[in-house]
Write a protein that binds this ligand. Sequence first.
Ligand code: ADP
Length: 525
Amino acid sequence: MLAGALVLTALLAWQAEDAALSHRRAAEGVLRDYAGLAGHEFLRRARNQTDYYAFYPIIYMLSAHERGSPGGTLPDPEVLARSARAAARDRLPARSFYRVDLASKRVVSSPGAPPDLVLWAGEHLPGLLAERASGEGEIAAASFAIAGKPRTIVYGVSPDPARLALAFEVDPLDLTPWFRKALAVGPLIPSSEKDGKDRNTLVSLGLEDAWGREIFRSGGAFDPAFGISETITDPAAGVFRGMTLRASIARSLAPRLVIGGLPRSRLPLLLATFAVASGLLASAILLFRRERALADLRSDFVSSVSHELRTPLAQIRLFAETLLLDRIRTPQERRRSLEIIDQEARRLAQLVENTLQFSLAERGTITLDLETRDVAGLARQTVESFLPLAAARQARVTAEVPEELFATIDEGAVRQVLLNLLDNAVKYGPAGQEILVRLARESDAVRLSVEDEGPGIPEGDRERVWRKFVRLDRDREAQQGGAGIGLAVVSELVALHGGRAFVEEGARGGSRFVVTLPLARGVVV
Ligand code: ADP
């Protein structure tokens, strides 16, 4: 289910991102359309400007000159410009003039005209004009590669009955003033009055001729994401035919052209959402695993406690039945049976007590009944009461305990601590071992230690063994009885006394479990 939820989240995130992306693509498409619109509007105006305000006046002046001196020499463009009327007084964009007699194909040029062009005019202009059937009164413009050089020629047929072709060369770079005028006419894209004036500066425009030369540029840098770049193929485009037009819209204009502006990418937000969902999934799995582990531990615990209870109970029942059925022959046997029943009953009591303390500790409700007591006397008594259990496993217990040592303790708890340590020493030590119990005063604490001849606790496990349910692997594998709560109860009870419990290596290779209890402790936990 959780994985399903995650997959669903991923799917939704992907959907949202996809929607945002297509929204963005649509918005970019709209902006590109606007850019195209602006570019073509510019071209249209630039054509008008150059045709009507640059080329026609030149042809007009040239025709007028022709009428004044038919068949004469052609004037230098500069000279002609000086005599022109105010309307055409901007620097005339003509570089050189040509006149071709369509009948004889004789070419006359203005002073300084490049010989290549003179030759070209004689050879090609009559043909070019013939292509244009209704050539009279109209002008055409086109770029050609003439002797390897790009040349732009404007040409037309004079209305004169002699059918003369008039032409001039233009450098497109000289057309900049007319391009500027085309921009100044008004906004290239429809706009409200408020921002209409400056809008053209937010449109990037660029013209490049067929040879890669930049002819015109305005606005900021070209942005292909919001723009168009196309080669002008329209035969009616005149000088612009073959050129490349680039137009793009500035990003800042987007909110005014597309409702809601350009949608921002949601990717970071979606990724963060997905990361949070994955995190939640991971922690849910972790919690689930912990829950499982805890449930396993609990069931292990219940089965091992029952297992531990079973052995002493079986013993008690066996010897009680033997006694009841009068199968005992000697008084010694009778005493032995009773002793075993007593031992096993004590073991049971200890086990039950441990389990009870553990469950209290789990709930945090253990309370100590602190009183100033003679710990030495208590230790001696406890060891004594344990002797039969030790003897049953062929272990001797030696107690090195002072005459008297008073401390503020809970008697029951300290007895339980010592019994648990003794029980472990017997359980994990070899048969025939000697267990050493030492009690001594150590500055303002009581130090109680139990040392055995068993396998000891590996250094890496010395912290761990005090935790609940922890059993060393070797004992788990050996199917040694135990629920893993004995040391946890010891550690809890000692901590409640304000003391410390730890384990170290004993002098004889076994382990030495040590607890220290403060001599006096005023606080009752
Ligand atoms: P239990 O004895 O019920 O398994 P404890 O909490 O008393 O649980 O002990 C935890 C583990 O520590 C034991 O399973 C055992 O592996 C190890 N241990 C405890 N006391 C000794 C000892 N005296 N010698 C060696 N190992 C011990």
